[in-house]
Every structure is written in C-alpha cells, then in structure tokens.
Design a protein around this ligand. Structure first.
Ligand code: GLN
Length: 477
C-alpha cells in the first residue's frame, strides 16, 4: 500500500497534494460515523508539506518512500501544532510542546501528519469506551468496538482515512484493535522504538509502532522510526537494525512454528479457534514445521500485568496534579489549599478506570504490600520471560490467537471488568517479556468479523518476524 502510493507519486499518476486532499475528504466523509479522530492537523500546514513534496518531484529529485505519505497518530504522542489529550479530560487543552521522536522521524522523512486518533484514557482499556470524549466504532460493524486502546488508529486505517497510523502497545493495545478491525498491528521488541514524547502509561511495557494494511507497510514504518534515541535511555542500538539482518532470506520451509497449547484452551471463542486452526494447517501445508509447545507460565501473565502495569501507572500519572498539568485553577479559582487542588483536578480530570488503576497501583507499592504483590509480580515476570526464552530454543516463532473473542458490541463489556481485562490475555505476555509480536488478519467469521493471528518472535527478532509475517500473509491470501 505505502509502496504503491510511493510509485504513484514518483510516476506522477497522483500529486502529494491530491493524495493529502483525498485522505482529508475521506475523513470528512467517514469520520462522522466512525469517530476515529480526536483532532485534525491544520489543513494549510498539511497541504504546504504536500506541495513541497510535489515541487521536489517536479524538479526530478529523488523522494523517500514515506515522503508525501499521510498518516495518523494516537493522541498520546506529542506533535507540534496539535493537542495531545491522551483521551483524558485532564489534558483536554494540552498543546504539544515538542514532537515525539517518532513523529519527528516521520516528519523528517516527509510523512504528513493528518491528525490524532481516539484512544482509551491514558491507553487504559480494550475498546475506546474509556475515552473521555467518545467511543470509536468498528468500521467492520458499526455496532461493535474497534478494540483498544489504539482503537482510533485501527479504525482510521481500516476505513482508509489514513494509509497507516501509529499506536502504542503496553499490554496489547496495537495488536488487539488490529485484530478487531482486520488490519496489521506490530509490537516491536521493547526498546526498539524511542518512547520520547509518548504520554507514559507503564514505562517498562510501553512500545510505539504502526497499524498498517500489510506486513510490508509495518516494516517500512518500523524501519523509519526504530533506533537509538539519546532522549530515551531504554532505546536500543543493536544489530537488530543492521543491513545484514534486514536482508537475510526467509524460507517458510526452514521455519519451525510453535503452537502453545495454553493459548488454545478454555476461554478461546470456538469460531476464533476453528479459523486459527485452519490457518495453521495452511501454513503447515506450505512446508513449515508446526510443533505443539507449552508456555507453562502463561496463566500468570494477566495477573502479573495487572500488578506491574498499575504500579507504573500510579508513578507515571503522579505528574498530572492540577498544577503542572490539567490546571483547574482557571475554572475554580476558589480552591482552599494544595490538597484541594490535587483532589479537585485528579477527581474531575481522571475517569473511573484511570482512578481504579491509580488506587490499585498505589496499593501494590505501599509498604507492607510491596513484597506480597509488586516484588512477587516482578519475580513472576522473570519466570514468564524465561518461559519464552526456553520455548524459542525449540521453535523460531509462536502462532497464537491475538484476541480470545471476536469484536464485541459497544456497551457489552463496560460493566464486566474481568471480561474486558481478559481481552488481552494472549497479548500481555509479549509486553511482560519484551519480545516482538504481530497481529495479522487471517480469516473472517460467518458474520463477517475479522479474526487475528498473532505471531510472536524471540527478543530482537523484529526483522525476521516481519519477514515471517509477510510470508504468512501471502499464504493466507
Ligand atoms: N487493554 C490493556 C489495558 O487496558 C492494554 C492497554 C495498552 O496496551 N495500552 O491495560
């Protein structure tokens, strides 16, 4: 898709201005119904950037693959000229004060930011229903959720309001919405992409990456945003990015895929299971070796996530105190004291799910409970990571469902927290252990809802994982 647009630009079949205008009209036409965007970038700026690309092409200069390609970004990434709300009331009027590294890298390569997409508040949720503003609809069925928390990005790509969109994934927030909307969602190895300028949720789990229409597009965007950034000390500068690794050949016949039995047990929807099993058979029929494996620690991944994640959330969100961010002083000048400012701003500014996680996170970190919960969860985290390391000595990649269910109806799970949290049961493991994973659309249910296949690779195998994904995409057809 990106390469096709690029070819059209260099062959002068379309101008960058026409391309940008095309997407802007699509947004105008479709977003009334879908609600994928929280805000749009300034139209004049968009068109000016596009004009510059056209001038370059006119002059016969070479252009980069992303030059003139429009994109959208989840509203938790700072981008100059836009507000960054993170889906929260507390940041409703917050103007970005710089470009996140990912945005800067894309802009440097000539990609054009169209706007910012809807998300669950501070990326906490699986349906966008926790957004303080509105719920995004799934373009495949308007009565259903697009998944979350990067639901706006997934819906924007699916409904062709942007060729690609950035999302963030802390426990599944790129892959699960990708699976629900029938697009590709890639979560790279932890540290492969800089988090500078991302509104932090849980810093040891957060990763930024694209939602795209194809695995090839995921690779194009990943390549242009990955790498060491002095502004993020956890970003990596490793052979992961060397040309040699990028160019190694992938052969499905030489590949062993593990199918972890824990991911196909109770809790997995029968339709999802049936279609995944058929997909795995197809992959096998192309010469890949399929091997049943066991990840014994998988049942502990979700409970472990729901201790580590809120603990980090409670630390990260302490900065939203009504003074530095989310000031209520303008609307309520009569606050009694500092404590009153905190209570009023955080009480009004944060939604119920955010407050719930703040309480939980503060609790697991408090003295007396720290050892029983937080420390224990860190030990379990290590065991989960070892589990993955071990299985990757036997197999090259793992094949699993992305989500245990088909996209659910808007409102269906809002009162059932556990059911909502279970949406990420198959995705959180990759965040806990830092390994890369990708969700590919692999089939459709009888009522035409998309089903996602998740491929998980060893830590830092990002480029080979993307190659495997491309080859599986061809097999699925
Ligand atoms: N749905 C998960 C949660 O609510 C994952 C969120 C994410 O990856 N940002 O925590």
């Amino acid at each position: 898709m990106i390469n096709e647009l690029h070819q059209k630009l260099i062959n002068k079949e379309i101008t960058a201005v026409e391309l940008a205008n095309g997407y802007l009209s699509k947004i105008q036409e479709k977003d009334k119904e879908i609600n994928a965007f929280i805000s749009l970038a300034d139209k004049e700026t968009i068109l000016k950037q596009a004009e510059q690309v056209d001038e370059k092409i006119e002059k016969g200069k070479e252009i980069n693959i992303l030059e003139g390609i429009p994109f959208a970004a989840k509203d938790n990434m700072l981008a100059l000229g836009t507000k960054t709300t993170a889906g929260s009331k507390i940041l409703e009027n917050y103007e970005s004060i710089f470009d996140a590294t990912v945005i800067q890298k894309l802009r440097n390569q000539g990609a054009i930011l169209l706007g910012k997409t809807n998300m669950d508040e501070f990326a906490m949720g699986s349906s966008t229903e926790n957004s303080a503003f509105f719920t995004t609809k799934n373009p495949c069925d308007l009565e259903r959720v697009p998944g979350g928390s990067s639901g706006g990005s997934a819906a924007a790509v699916k409904s062709e309001m942007a060729p690609f969109a950035l999302g963030s994934d802390t426990g599944g927030s790129i892959r699960q919405p990708a699976s629900f909307c029938g697009v590709v969602g890639f979560k790279p190895s932890y540290g492969a992409v800089s988090r500078y300028g991302l509104v932090a949720m849980a810093s040891s789990l957060d990763v930024i990456s694209p939602l795209t229409r194809t695995a090839e597009d995921a690779e194009i965007v990943f390549k242009s945003i990955a790498g060491k950034d002095p502004m993020d000390s956890t970003s990596l500068d490793l052979p992961l990015f060397s040309e040699e690794i990028q160019n190694t050949q992938f052969r499905i016949q030489n590949t062993v895929f593990g199918v972890p039995k824990e991911y196909f047990g109770p809790g997995l929807d029968e339709t999802v299971k049936k279609h995944l099993e058929e997909t795995i058979k197809k992959i096998e029929s192309q010469g890949a070796q399929i091997k049943e494996v066991s990840l014994k620690m998988s049942p502990y991944a979700l409970p472990c996530y729901y201790i580590i994640m809120p603990a980090e959330v409670s630390a990260n969100l302490a900065r939203f105190d009504g003074i530095r961010y989310g000031s209520i002083l303008k609307s309520q000048p009569s606050v009694a004291n500092l404590r009153d400012i905190y209570f009023k701003s955080r009480g009004k500014g944060f939604g119920a799910e955010v407050r719930r996680r703040l309480v939980l996170g503060t609790y697991v970190l408090s003295s007396g409970y720290y050892d029983a919960y937080y420390k224990k969860a860190q030990q379990v985290r290590r065991l989960i990571t070892e589990d993955f390391n071990k299985v990757f000595q036997e197999v090259d990649f793992l094949l699993t469902p992305t989500s245990p269910t088909l996209p659910f109806k808007i409102g269906e799970k809002v009162d059932n927290l556990l059911a909502m949290y279970l949406s990420d049961i198959f995705t959180v493991g990759a965040n806990i252990s830092g390994v890369p994973a990708i969700s590919l659309p692999c089939a459709k249910s009888e009522n035409n809802l998309p089903i996602g296949l998740q491929i998980i690779g060893p830590y830092l195998s990002d480029y080979s994982l993307l190659k495997a994904a491309k080859s599986i995409e061809d097999i699925i057809g």
